[in-house]
Design a protein around this ligand. Sequence first.
Ligand code: AKB
Length: 322
Amino acid sequence: MATTPAEPATILVIGACGQLGLELTEALRQRYGAAQVIAADVRPPQQPELLQGGPFELLDVLDRARLFTLVQQYRPRQIYHLVAMLSATAEKHPQLAWKLNMDGLLNVLDAAVEHQVAQVYWPSSIAVFGPDTPRDNTPQLTVMNPNTVYGISKLAGEQWCEWYHKKYGLDVRSLRYPGLIGYKSLPGGGTTDYAVDIYHKAVAGENFECFLQEDTELPMMYMPDALRATLDLMHAPAEQIKVRSSYNLSGMSFSPQEIAASIRRHVPDFAVSYRPDQRQQIADSWPNSIDDAQARQDWGWQPEFDLDKMTADMLAHLAVSV
Ligand code: AKB
């Protein structure tokens, strides 16, 4: 019996030990069965309990031969390629970031074409926008001009995805994620990471020193919304997918002082100080808020979490784990 996008035979998740990868692998395994979802990463999981019960493969996505061998071996119907060096780290290691973010993507796209993988998912980011972009309600199609290595690599990646779709008919789909916030794992090397760290400090009863200015508003999203958006996008019928670069996606927008105020509704004496560093410049080049009308229209996107709903959920989950 032929499989439909709602029932993939095998799924390969590359970058399964990252902030998004851990949760997406778990969600996919719940949906399709653990044995159907191959988790792959360059290192074994640091929280093995999160990836327990399903297959795991060591894979450096820059090792093209190993990637092709794994794809040939498992014949996945879908690949989720989540590996990337994020914005702050990429500014420190521009060559390595470009190599990882670009060659990794091209290796995956080539492997998918060669081995007839039905669908590929690859995350883009709000980092594709730059200082010339309209900052409020940033539209799907607008001036981009990113000025970070990460943003340049994501914009180029979007255009490669579009090209592989046009040239080879590859069903590659993508979302421009805002900063992602979840309680299961920590992000690393991003500009929006403060919005995860701040909850951990609040629950630990510590003060928080923020590396962005108090009024720096950025687009953000709670992990359950990000997971739902990703799976909904991948399950939408192909004819509904009108954007083959990457979809704008919006959850909420807030500044450090607003998230601190939201936390103080639960932890009244929580203290936050501000010491902006080089990440401020990156944040200043990104939008405040995103217009995701196209995603809503094409495949019915609708976020569920606002700032206060996310705060209540984050604190409840983190409090039980301390
Ligand atoms: C980062 O801060 O680099 C990422 C992103 C917005 O893509 N979280």
